[in-house]
Design a protein. Structure first.
Length: 86
């Protein structure tokens, strides 16, 4: 309890000595950064690149799966042809 009181008193002394120091949170962006058009373009480009990479990975997975299923599908087609041909 005593330690907590001492730390609070020290924090208050620091605030009184330097009243204009503003702590920024990690997620807080300054107004200049939010309105910066170059930053907005770069962020949009980064999002687009991430989306493109994810879509390419999904496409590759689908293609690999279809290559794996192709012989099975061909076997089913041949069975269907032979059954209906008789």
């Amino acid at each position: 309890m005593e330690e907590r009181r001492n730390t609070v008193i020290q924090d208050l002394k620091l605030k009184l000595d330097n009243p204009f120091i503003v702590k920024k949170s990690k997620n807080h962006l300054s107004k200049l950064n939010r309105n910066d058009p170059i930053r907005k373009i770069l962020k949009t480009n980064e999002k687009t690149l991430k989306t493109t990479i994810l879509m390419n990975k999904k496409l590759l997975e689908i293609l690999n799966r279809s290559d794996f299923d192709r012989p099975i599908l061909m076997h089913d087609k041949l069975d269907y042809i032979w059954e209906n041909g008789n």
